[in-house]
Design a protein around this ligand. Structure first.
Ligand code: ADP
Length: 228
């Protein structure tokens, strides 16, 4: 699903250099559930955004589902993202003036392959995350965990083959974290969606089939997780 070779990302500011990524090579197979752990500043978010084509590396190559990202224009890259990847970030990032249903529908507008009945599909996805009854609520009328579940439904709207999540349960209580994990794990197990999750949570890392540990912009450990 992902093949990355010799990735470097160097930020330059005020004459100083930060090596956010310092030579990362990595393969992730279809259907894997990978957790990326490590201290703050280790390069986890940078790696995730490079793998998802949100930022470009200073050097190195990434193949996503067989497609070399380095050869793509910005437009082609965003089309590829819309077609293949569901992003879940730490904050749910819902648009406040749209209802839950409309938020889920949003990626459908940018979908390369339009679904025949996007509204119904969005309703089915809200059903999947247990929020059918709250489809017409605004984000401000939903709890933090519910907002997160809407964001998850939104990430699924275009049938991604890959979900990239950055601290998806960061600020959730234990029970809500468990629910979100249950959903993510189910998508991985039942639909074979490849999952890559940056996390500080032992509960998340404990369910992954593989745990990568980062430090100083490198992968310093690559070991089977408890979910393997
Ligand atoms: P993590 O996700 O593991 O906390 P990050 O990938 O966010 O780590 O950051 C890795 C390093 O790169 C940190 O030292 C961070 O300060 C630096 N960094 C990240 N993004 C930028 C940026 N846009 N400009 C300058 N430095 C950055």
């Amino acid at each position: 699903m992902i093949r990355a070779r010799d990735l470097y990302k160097i930020y330059r500011a005020d004459g100083t250099e930060v090596r956010a990524l310092d030579g990362v090579s990595l393969e992730i197979r279809r259907g894997e559930f990978v957790a990326i752990v490590g201290r703050s500043g280790a390069g986890k978010t940078t790696l995730l955004s490079l793998l998802g084509g949100l930022t470009r590396p200073t050097a190195g190559e990434i193949h996503l589902d067989g497609v070399p990202l380095q050869g793509l224009s910005d437009g082609e890259l965003s089309r590829l993202r819309a077609e293949k990847i569901g992003f879940v970030f730490q904050s749910a990032g819902l648009l406040p003036t749209l209802t839950a249903l409309e938020n889920v529908l949003l990626p459908g507008i940018f979908a390369p392959r339009q679904s025949a009945d996007p509204r119904r599909k969005a309703q089915r996805l809200l059903d999947l995350v247990g929020l059918r009854a709250k489809a017409d609520r605004l984000p401000s009328q939903l709890s933090g965990g519910e907002q997160r579940r809407v964001a998850l439904a939104r990430a699924l709207m275009n049938d991604p083959v890959l979900i990239l999540a950055d601290e998806p349960t960061g600020d959730l209580d234990e029970q809500t974290e468990g629910e979100v994990l249950e959903l993510l794990g189910g998508l991985n197990a039942e639909r074979g969606i490849t999952l890559v999750i940056v996390t500080h949570s032992p509960a998340v890392a404990g369910r992954a089939c593989r745990v990568l540990t980062m430090a100083g912009g490198r992968i310093v450990k690559d070991e089977p997780g408890a979910g393997a």
